[in-house]
Design a protein around this ligand. Structure first.
Ligand SMILES: *[C@@H]1O[C@H](CO)[C@@H](O)[C@H](O)[C@H]1NC(C)=O
Ligand SMILES: *[C@@H]1O[C@H](CO)[C@@H](O)[C@H](O)[C@H]1NC(C)=O
Ligand SMILES: *[C@@H]1O[C@H](CO)[C@@H](O)[C@H](O)[C@H]1NC(C)=O
Ligand SMILES: *[C@@H]1O[C@H](CO)[C@@H](O)[C@H](O)[C@H]1NC(C)=O
Ligand SMILES: *[C@@H]1O[C@H](CO)[C@@H](O)[C@H](O)[C@H]1NC(C)=O
Ligand SMILES: *[C@@H]1O[C@H](CO)[C@@H](O)[C@H](O)[C@H]1NC(C)=O
Ligand SMILES: *[C@@H]1O[C@H](CO)[C@@H](O)[C@H](O)[C@H]1NC(C)=O
Ligand SMILES: *[C@@H]1O[C@H](CO)[C@@H](O)[C@H](O)[C@H]1NC(C)=O
Ligand SMILES: *[C@@H]1O[C@H](CO)[C@@H](O)[C@H](O)[C@H]1NC(C)=O
Length: 893
């Protein structure tokens, strides 16, 4: 107890120093002090294939692991006056580990505070987010910096050691890797490649075509070595340096015995490090994406940084030498995000959430360029790709992008455009063939084939795409995409005109299928309004007036249909009085300032959420399901945050936010899962980019700017857009005409149906719907001060039960790994890499293509339809081919 007390005061003290040091602005939270006991902390997150975490309670006695569970060994040792201690990883028994005194999280960094003997240490893992420089953003390096300070004022003799294993190379630890060490003027780095890499393929979510670099800046005290336990770890432990044999290339199996890539630095006798000891780990794939262009070229796209034409030696030298500037830029971004977060709420849960979420979105992407027809890298052709990390291999999965979008809009909206560009481009061709937006760019990252399959999420994705496309234009001011793809966007808006007010045979992002989902309908309606604003920006005033009037009419209808008959809440589906939903798509109305929905509705919804947060769900402290009609009581952190962002009462908002953090920080076996059952520990979407939704309240604070439309002469897509314009007009014209003509009739029908529903409202009762909440709720949960404030004061334990089974599993994992790393001569391949999860997707809408619904428009059955079929067939063949290229099958448990 007294030790806990010590730690508490120590942490407050560190926190205070940190505050004073960082800034004198009224930063309520300039970093998040964690209770590391209940936490998984991101270590290095820079790309879909560079995504590692560690159990925060003991970074010095467990291995970091890939989000899906595989151990990726990264070890840190330090010698103080001849005694050695472990500060990261799990090689030696706990008797010789440093003590952990706390951890800290900012949007770009995770810092661990450690102590051994007469020294304090900090180990900081920096995952840069570099929006100002696409070269740096596309370079997946992560920094580890290490600092030491004497606690007794005396000088001590200090050496630092770190290594990685080749587990970062593949999920198949029997694979053979080749390695060597390079010494340049500025650095020494180890290079690891697979002997037989499999381009564009992954197993267990881990890529089989990476090159791993582990680098240290040149320094007189630096020794570097590739070897095994005895000549790396043991050599350092006993001698404090490595035998510097850096130029011998070698080759071997990853785990038999484990080959280690080590650096050691002798700091001499010091009272403190003058500047941090820096290491840089890079996991690079080049080419990174295989993209099928609209004219059916299969294009290998490279990371943006190749445009500089630098050698890897130059790249690594500049990376390690750039550390202090990178740290300053990271500071600036951290401050920007955390200041904005604390301006929204002083609830530390919110600062915690933006800190953990931002790098998940940015770090799930590859920023790419193509080789131009002139043989030069074409930096006018920038496209960004996002893997649906934690959930599936889908490329730019549209509902994931929609959730993640606030993180891009807030940090730099230009990148939101880089993400939309390939989706828009690949669908703006006659052979796309669907009247609605596609779900993704294909199901096998990093192969972006495009996806023109018919599906039932037409309202969902057309709405998502129109909303995101306008949000990008409005916040970046760049009208290129809306101009280039105007006719296609209009086609999608027309689809929404036909299908969004009373969505039928539609499936939403959450795999709900019932007709007339209120939350889906409002997304579609905001999408129509987005088209009106897009049209306006392009001076197409007739179109604008047309969509504007429909959106307004529909929104007015919606505001009646979507409410329960007692006008207390938004129902899940029209007429289903006993149901309710978190109407998270209202976020789009606020984001785009469409003002389609009246403030009254927001207030009413807020009051209802208030009543729900004190309902029976409160017993889990993990918040609300997103919809009462989901019988398994699923919560989704992104949708909860979208909902929180548009509440009209800050106490209600915080009562939605706090449980998200409570869940994120309680979950030792699951790195920040997106979706979770409230009745057990089943989760999906670990480490999901969709967590970018945590920045939703920040996105609402961004000022929009005037959209600049590029002059027509600069339109390189001009000719193709002419072509598609006639194509789209031919479909869209009659539909629109019919819609306008039939609008009055529809309205009459709806009105009739509405009154009929009012009369028969009590007929609706869904089994499993939680319509009794309001009557059974204690009122303790809501208060001015959140009852669970995990980080206030620094190290308050979160008041939740630990899932002990998961904890045991993790501990066992660590032990297994410890043993196998120590017994480096054992010849049995380890079987412990199956990890804690499969990437299996329990969401049927995500896992398998939707079967074509009855929503096919008759207008499609023409030559175009035939061509689309041909294209489907071709893509299916390509997809099969791509899957066969993937060497090892997935090890799914
Ligand atoms: C702990 O460290 C000491 C001094 O460095 C060393 O002699 C001892 O063998 C270590 N113990 C273990 C279990 O590694
Ligand atoms: C860790 O902390 C405990 C309790 O304060 C102390 O006895 C022990 O020596 C510390 N370990 C190291 C390596 O300093
Ligand atoms: C946003 O990103 C673009 C492209 O990398 C860059 O040119 C611009 O400077 C960035 N703006 C900010 C404010 O970071
Ligand atoms: C070392 O860390 C301890 C525990 O976190 C703290 O109390 C102490 O002030 C630190 N000392 C120095 C010199 O940083
Ligand atoms: C190290 O190996 C890589 C990959 O095989 C190779 O490109 C590079 O030239 C080698 N470097 C040295 C110094 O041997
Ligand atoms: C570069 O990319 C742009 C945009 O995709 C394209 O219009 C242009 O033709 C490309 N340039 C070359 C030289 O390939
Ligand atoms: C921002 O959006 C609002 C709402 O649509 C609009 O009234 C305003 O003109 C926009 N501001 C700019 C600078 O475009
Ligand atoms: C959807 O709602 C509309 C308007 O209330 C109603 O006319 C229609 O019957 C509903 N559809 C279904 C399948 O319930
Ligand atoms: C793992 O790699 C080894 C050596 O490359 C190979 O023989 C084996 O088939 C692979 N296992 C799987 C499951 O792919």
């Amino acid at each position: 107890m007294s030790m806990l007390g010590d730690r508490l005061s120590v942490l407050s003290w560190i926190s205070l120093i940190f505050l004073l040091h960082l800034s004198f602005t009224p930063l309520v939270v300039s970093q998040i002090q964690l209770n590391p006991d209940n936490f998984f902390i991101p270590v290095a997150i820079r790309s879909p294939y560079f995504n590692s975490w560690i159990g925060g309670n003991a970074p010095m006695s467990q291995w970091p692991f890939f989000w899906s569970g595989q151990v990726m060994a990264w070890l840190g040792l330090v010698r103080v006056d001849g005694q050695y201690f472990e500060w990261f990883g799990s090689w030696i028994p706990t008797s010789n580990t440093t003590n952990s005194t706390g951890a800290q999280l900012t949007p770009t960094r995770s810092t661990f505070f450690l102590q051994a003997g007469p020294m304090n240490f900090t180990a900081t893992f920096l995952s840069p987010i570099e929006p100002e420089d696409p070269v740096k953003q596309s370079l997946p390096f992560s920094y580890l910096s290490f600092e030491a300070v004497s606690t007794d004022g005396a000088g001590h003799n200090v050496q630092v050691y770190t290594d990685i294993s080749a587990e970062w190379m593949s999920s198949n630890l029997s694979n053979i890797v080749n390695w060597n060490t390079t010494q340049t003027a500025g650095s020494t780095f180890h290079t690891i490649v697979q002997q037989t890499p499999h381009q564009f393929s992954e197993a267990n979510d881990i890529a089989d075509d990476v090159i791993v670099y582990y680098a240290a800046p040149s320094s007189p005290g630096l020794t570097s070595h590739i070897g095994f336990t005895n000549d790396c770890r043991e050599q350092f432990a006993s001698q404090g340096f490595l035998s510097n044999s850096p130029t011998t290339p070698g080759s071997g199996v990853i785990d038999n015995p484990f080959v280690l890539f080590a650096h050691s630095l002798d700091l001499g006798t010091i009272t403190q490090t003058v500047s941090p000891v820096v290491f840089a780990l890079g996991i690079i794939r080049n080419p990174s994406i295989q993209y099928t262009t609209p004219d059916n070229q299969v294009q290998n796209r490279s990371p943006y940084f190749v445009s500089e034409g630098k050698s890897i030696d130059e790249i690594i030298d500049s990376t390690v030498n750039d550390f202090s500037s990178a740290a300053q830029r990271a500071d600036a971004l951290d401050k920007k995000i955390l200041n904005a977060a604390s301006a929204i709420t002083s609830n530390p849960a919110y600062a915690g959430l933006v800190s953990i979420a931002t790098r998940l979105s940015w770090g799930a992407t590859d920023l790419t360029i193509s080789l131009g027809t002139d043989g030069q890298w074409n930096t006018s052709d920038v496209k960004m790709f996002m893997k649906d990390v934690g959930n599936s291999r889908r490329v730019n999965a549209v509902e994931t992008l929609y959730a993640a979008f606030p993180a891009f809009l807030y940090v730099n909206a230009t990148y939101a455009g880089y993400l939309l560009a390939p989706l828009l481009e690949s669908q703006d061709i006659p052979s796309y063939g669907q009247p609605y937006a596609g779900r993704d760019l294909g199901g096998t990252y990093p192969i972006a084939l495009g996806n023109n399959e018919a599906h039932q999420q037409g309202v969902e994705h057309s709405g998502n795409m129109l909303i995101m496309t306008l949000a990008h234009a409005r916040i970046s001011g760049d009208g290129t995409l809306i101009n280039r793809h105007y006719n296609m966007l209009k086609g999608w808006a027309d689809y929404l005109v036909n299908n969004s007010l009373t969505p039928t045979n539609q499936v939403n992002a959450d795999s709900e299928r019932q007709a007339n989902l209120t939350n889906l309908a409002i997304k579609g309606i905001v999408g129509i309004k987005a088209m009106a604003v897009i049209s306006q920006a392009l001076d197409k005033t007739n179109d604008s007036a047309h969509y504007d009037s429909i959106a307004t009419t529909y929104a007015n209808q919606w505001q009646t249909l979507a409410l329960s008959s007692d006008l207390t809440h938004i129902v899940a589906d029209y007429g289903d009085d006993g149901s309710w939903t978190l109407a998270y798509n209202l976020f789009a109305d606020r984001l785009l300032q469409t003002k389609l929905v009246s403030d009254d509705i927001y207030q009413l919804a807020t009051q209802y959420y208030k009543s729900l947060t004190v309902s029976s769900f409160a017993n889990t402290s993990f918040g609300l399901p997103f919809d009462s009609t989901i019988t398994t009581s699923l919560a989704n952190s992104a949708w909860t945050m979208f909902t929180a962002a548009v509440t009209t009462d800050s106490i209600v908002r915080d009562s939605l936010i706090t449980p998200i953090w409570a869940h994120a920080s309680k979950n030792p076996s699951n790195p920040f899962p997106l979706q979770y059952r409230l009745d057990n520990d089943i989760v999906t979407g670990k480490s999901s980019p969709a967590q970018g939704a945590m920045l939703a309240p920040l996105a609402l604070t961004i000022a929009n700017t005037t959209i600049i439309i590029p002059p027509p002469s600069n339109q390189n897509a001009g000719s193709s857009s002419d072509g598609s314009s006639s194509h789209h007009n031919s479909i869209v014209g009659p539909v629109v005409g019919g819609v306008v003509g039939g609008l009055a009739l529809i309205l009459l029908l709806i009105l009739g149906a509405f009154f009929w529903r009012r009369r028969s409202r009590y007929r609706f009762h869904k089994p499993g719907s939680f319509h009794n909440y309001e009557t059974s709720m204690p009122t303790a949960f809501l208060s001015d001060t959140p009852t669970t404030s995990p980080t206030s004061g620094t190290i308050q334990p979160i008041n939740v039960a630990l899932p002990s089974k998961a904890r045991e599993e993790m501990t066992q994992n660590s032990q297994t790994t410890l043993i196998r790393s120590q017994n480096s001569n054992s010849s049995a391949p380890s079987s412990s890499y199956s990890g804690t999860s499969s990437g299996a997707d329990p969401n049927p809408a995500n896992a398998s293509p939707e079967s074509p619904g009855p929503i096919q428009e008759s207008l499609q059955t023409d030559v175009r339809g035939l061509r689309a079929e041909m294209e489907n067939l071709r893509r299916a063949m390509l997809e099969i081919h791509a899957e066969r290229l993937e060497a090892p099958p997935e090890y799914e448990g």
